[in-house]
Ligand binder design. Structure first.
Ligand code: SF4
Length: 332
């Protein structure tokens, strides 16, 4: 049996976990591949017009998976942290797909992820696999334990400073920790590039902004490089946390980099039509302004032009490089 995993949204965080889970259970895993113009067009045609770009793209990947596999894995992410939730689009994802993509309902496998940590391996969340495919509880539990081991190893790469695209590559090539020795942060300036993984690492939607910055001799610091506890500690200065877990992680990581004087500038990468980011972006900007750290927002959607983006990031990095050089001169 072939199960399709759409290469969008939380694919960019949980792929190692999901792939191991399904292969342990005897499935053949199909991935829809990198976003292409066709995938984007199919998703945009099916999705409602004013929904955010990542959901349109996800819809296109689901259509591809439906055409190439027996089932499509569309988890309903509700919570992975006490008293916090996912953006409503994640909570309603299977319903959004059933409502917009014809003949999808019978092929969708949707466990409900309602956990207390990002290690989403509580067997009760995956009852649907027992009900639908007849696995025993023991088989499911064993597969989840193995999947969790892979996920822990994968996160270790991220927390050691590997960007998520490189960590995924390392996982796929089975390089694992060996890849860590290749991390060199010897660029001219340090920039935090903060945004949800599915925006940053989908090269079609973000126009490969991470890679472009690296080509400009910039060391990149992203939210998934900061572990959960370090990110959350930073949020204690606020009276209340945000409702959305990944928004808190992005904000916490931004504060972590600022409070530890790691970065010379910050770029917030956000998708057009994203509600939670309207708040996260303002907080990040305020915190940068307080410390005179240059800040900019890259708002991307399915129509963002490459030329425009390159000009923006070149101007931003030039300005930071000049500022850093002047500061060094004054010190000398
Ligand atoms: S967090 Fe923003 S970009 Fe992500 S699914 Fe929700 S609205 Fe869309």
């Amino acid at each position: 049996m072939k199960i399709g995993i759409p290469q969008a949204l939380l694919y960019y965080y949980y792929l190692p976990f999901w792939e191991r889970l399904f292969t342990e259970l005897g499935f053949e895993v199909y991935e829809s591949g990198l976003t292409t113009k066709d995938i984007l067009d199919n998703g945009s045609k099916a999705a409602v017009a004013d929904i955010c770009a990542p959901i349109k793209i996800y819809t296109g990947h689901v259509i591809d998976c439906l055409n190439n596999s027996d089932f499509v894995f569309i988890p309903r992410f509700s919570s992975i942290q006490k008293n916090e939730y996912f953006c409503p689009k994640f909570m309603g994802l299977p319903d959004i797909i059933v409502g917009t993509v014809e003949n999808s309902e019978k092929k969708i496998i949707s466990p409900i992820i309602n956990d207390i940590s990002e290690d989403i391996c509580d067997p009760r969340s995956y009852d649907i696999l027992i009900d639908k495919f007849g696995f025993s509880y023991r088989e499911l539990n064993n597969a989840l334990k193995k999947a969790n081991k892979v996920f822990t190893r994968f996160k270790k790469l991220l927390h050691n400073g590997l960007s998520l695209d490189k960590a995924l590559f390392s996982y796929k090539q089975n390089f694992w920790e060996e890849y860590l020795y290749s991390i060199k942060k010897n660029g001219e300036i340090n920039i935090a590039v903060l945004g949800y993984v599915y925006n940053l690492y989908d090269p079609f939607i973000s126009l490969d902004v991470v890679k472009k910055l690296e080509e400009l001799n910039v060391n990149i610091f992203t939210f998934e490089m900061v572990n959960h506890d370090d990110a959350y500690k930073q949020l204690s200065k606020y009276r209340k946390k945000l409702f959305w877990t990944f928004s808190n992680r992005v904000l916490g990581a931004g504060l972590y980099y600022l409070n530890n004087n790691i970065i010379d500038g910050m770029i917030h990468v956000t998708a057009f039509g994203c509600g939670p980011d309207a708040i996260v972006g303002k907080f990040l900007q305020y915190e940068c302004d307080e410390r005179s750290i240059p800040f900019t927002t890259l708002r991307i959607d399915e129509h963002t032009g490459e030329g425009h983006l390159v000009t923006r990031i070149e101007a931003f990095t030039d300005m930071i490089k000049r500022k850093k050089a002047q500061t060094l001169e004054v010190k000398l």
